[in-house]
Design a protein around this ligand. Structure first.
Ligand code: OAD
Length: 246
């Protein structure tokens, strides 16, 4: 089984999605001003402050019942998680095989020499939305550190993409959870699975695909549907994640 997750899986942990009409980050902010290399060149403090605020949100958040159910399932069969999310909630729930297609908030890298500093600690516990914070400098070349995430116009990390495609081509079932499926190439993942002969199940409060003989949509929230679905296939579910079947 392969899980493919987007911002919707972390929504119930209190981390905003991007495209939900009222609460999504892109309903309130212009991504061009915050998530491009040009934005960082023009105002690095604005961009670094924005990511520190997002990092502070993530560090206060806890994995929810959907993250936990997926991690528990890995104890019973081979499970790979491919995520577009830059948070670490799958890992904190206990998932070990997690492929981050869009990078991670936890690993900044140098804007100039592209290296990842070996030891780095984030120092802005009071970061809040709109606060401009100068990025720290690279210990090797003194360039500005940038978040280790994929920005608009950038390539996905090649090794992660290759691992993801191999896993998807080899899976029996792909569960795609909480993604609008509009950002490519990540959004190709369900199609790659279908072409390789797998079943694809979308879990989302919104109907995000047209059902066909190998593709179906379970309409609802991740914390309701994922634990219920996985309990149906024999997962021993403890009290923390038990939910009525919707
Ligand atoms: P979006 O914000 O585009 O979509 C979030 C999806 O989650 C929507 O389809 C919602 O209906 C769904 N959703 C909301 N609440 C949910 C819940 N409780 N349970 C399940 N689903 C729920 O987020 P992504 O598809 O992840 O890229 O966005 C893809 C990429 O766009 C992100 O990785 C980011 C962004 O720009 C980069 O940072 C490169």
């Amino acid at each position: 089984m392969v899980f493919f997750s987007g911002a919707g899986i972390s929504a119930e942990s209190g981390i905003p999605t991007f495209r939900d009409p009222l609460t999504g980050l892109w309903a309130l902010q212009d991504p061009e001003k915050l998530e491009t290399a040009n934005a960082f060149r023009e105002d690095a403090a604005l961009v670094w402050g924005w990511y520190l605020w997002r990092r502070a949100q993530v560090s206060r958040a806890l994995p929810n019942a959907a993250h936990q159910a997926i991690a528990q399932l890995a104890g019973t069969r081979e499970v790979i998680v491919i995520t577009q999310n830059i948070d670490d909630l799958h890992e904190r729930a206990g998932s070990e095989q997690v492929i981050h297609l869009h990078g991670s908030l936890a690993q900044p890298k140098c804007f100039a020499c592209h290296r990842t500093p070996t030891a780095f600690s984030f120092e802005e516990p009071n970061a809040r939305e709109g606060l401009r914070i100068e990025p720290p400098r690279c210990p090797r070349c003194n360039g500005k550190l940038r978040p280790g995430v994929v920005w608009f116009g950038e390539q996905l990390p090649a090794a992660e993409w290759k691992r993801a495609v191999l896993a998807v081509k080899d899976c029996d079932v792909l569960l795609s959870i909480g993604t609008s499926g509009v950002v490519f190439p990540a959004a190709e993942i369900p199609t790659i699975a279908l072409r390789a002969g797998a079943y694809v199940v979308h879990i989302n409060p919104v109907q995000v695909a047209h059902p066909s003989n190998r593709e179906l949509c379970l309409v609802g929230r991740a914390t309701e549907i994922v634990p219920a679905l996985l309990s149906l296939i024999g997962l021993p579910i403890d009290d923390r994640v038990e939910r009525p079947v919707p």
